[in-house]
Design a protein. Structure first.
Ligand code: ADP
Length: 437
């Protein structure tokens, strides 16, 4: 209030002073008074401005300081609590993981980013043999002491899961390696070990049993066949003739089944050895056409043979087994073709692969059955009326695997089927030229 009165009187003094100066001219005393008043007013205004900024700032500071200080102990306690909760949870999870790993029947090993063993469970040590103690930091070669495992583990580091078997301490183990990528990129490889000794022993017994039974049955079946043929040569009544014919048909089916069963068991048991040799593709196709025409001339089914490969192309393959694969696929294609239909056989050689495609114009295979037709004895519902053992495609699948390749099928019901066999090309040895057939 006092300052306002003073300011008002200073302004009045300034106004009167200015008026007097204009009327009577510049007087040094008046001028001095005017300058002093002006300076005083400026100081007043400056102080007023500073107060406008300082007051809210002071208020802010005076409010903030007590609040932060008051809250600090509470916030600190909450932080400590949260920290101890987290530590407790981590310890609980660690304990859970350890007890799970300890109780697991399967062996588990983790290799870290530098291909060194980071952790393993007791089952892994038990399965790999107590005589070779595991220790963190070991390399895959030190852990497994074989040539195959480090290669498979290296592949898993590159993102390709792998599965292989290992014989160790009179046990057969199945190893599976999967890329370990908890945060996106692969930082390790996780390995599981299963003891498949018993499974393998059972499988070997099954295969031996089937192989022995089919072998033992071959001779009596041949004897029955000869007897049936002799009967047909006899003067028999009509009914006798019909019975002898039926006997011959059944014996033929049985002989076919026995042949397929023993062939499959030979492939599955590893008894069948491939004999790869250089083969001239053009010559192979020419004899393939001859065989087809000799065998299926009566069926009226046409063969459309195509080969897309440079002239004189030689490949290294077991010709007998390749013919067996094609014969199985082609006999199915002919069997399911409509009268007068065409069976297509096309071969392409590109890069490191050779592909054979066998197609037909038959009824095709429903999508739901396509995954099952390669199983032993599986015959699609629509095929029961046709002759067959249900073993042909299983033989094809196993032969393809044995040759390092695969067989796939594409089909739409009503639009035929196309089976594709893809085989790797083995390198032709420089000394071996394609044979002239
Ligand atoms: P099968 O002796 O019965 O022919 P395969 O193992 O060769 O035995 O074939 C299994 C089943 O796959 C056949 O019974 C049939 O249902 C189906 N199949 C195979 N090839 C063809 C084809 N070209 N067209 C239609 N179905 C097929």
């Amino acid at each position: 209030m006092g300052r306002a009165l003073l300011s008002l009187s200073a302004m009045l003094f300034l106004g009167v002073g200015l008026g007097m100066t204009l009327r009577h001219g510049l007087d040094s005393l008046w001028t001095l008074g005017l300058v002093a008043t002006l300076a005083w007013l400026l100081v007043l205004m400056a102080r007023w401005q500073v107060r406008m900024v300082a007051e809210p700032l002071g208020q802010l500071l005076s409010e903030a300081r007590p609040m932060a200080i008051e809250d600090l102990p509470g916030a600190w306690t909450a932080l400590e609590q949260e920290n101890s909760d987290l530590r407790e949870r981590a310890a609980r999870e660690d304990h859970l993981l350890r007890s799970m790993m300890t109780r697991l029947e399967e062996g588990v090993l983790l290799f870290g980013a530098s291909s060194a063993l980071e952790s393993f469970n007791p089952a892994a040590q038990r399965l790999l043999g107590l005589g070779a103690p595991l220790a963190t930091g070991m390399s895959p070669l030190e852990v497994f002491q074989d040539a195959e495992s480090p290669v498979a583990i290296q592949r898993a580091y590159l993102g390709v899961p792998a599965e292989w078997r290992l014989e160790r301490a009179s046990r057969v183990l199945r190893l599976r390696a999967i890329p370990f990528a908890p945060s996106g990129s692969t930082t390790g490889v996780l390995l599981t070990l299963d003891d498949i000794t018993r499974q393998e022993a059972l499988e070997t017994t099954r295969q031996k049993f089937i192989s022995n039974v089919s072998h033992e049955l071959k001779t009596p079946v041949t004897v029955i066949r000869i007897a049936a043929e002799n009967l047909l040569d006899e003067r028999l009544s009509e009914a006798g003739q019909a019975s002898a014919q039926a006997l011959l048909r059944s014996v033929d089916r049985l002989a076919l089944l026995l042949g397929d069963v023993s062939e499959l068991s030979r492939i599955e048991s590893g008894a069948l050895r491939l004999v790869p040799e250089p083969v001239d593709l053009a010559g192979f196709l020419a004899s393939f056409r001859e065989d087809f025409e000799a065998r299926y001339a009566a069926s009226g089914i046409q063969l459309a043979l195509q080969g897309a490969f440079p002239e004189g192309t030689g490949v290294v393959v077991d010709p007998l087994r390749l013919s067996q694969i094609l014969e199985n696929l082609v006999s199915n294609a002919v069997k399911f073709s409509p009268p007068g239909g065409t069976v297509g056989v096309a071969v392409t050689v590109a890069g490191q692969r050779m592909q054979w495609a066998v197609s037909d114009e038959g009824p095709g295979i429903p999508a739901a059955e396509q995954g099952r037709i390669f199983e032993r004895f599986y015959r699609a519902a629509g095929a029961k009326a046709k002759p067959g053992t249900g073993l042909g495609l299983a033989i094809v699948k196993h032969l393809c695997r044995l040759m390092g390749g695969e067989v796939t099928v594409e089909s739409r019901p009503g639009e035929g089927a196309c089976f594709r066999v893809t085989l790797p090309l083995l390198p032709v040895q420089p000394s071996e030229g394609p044979p002239s057939r």
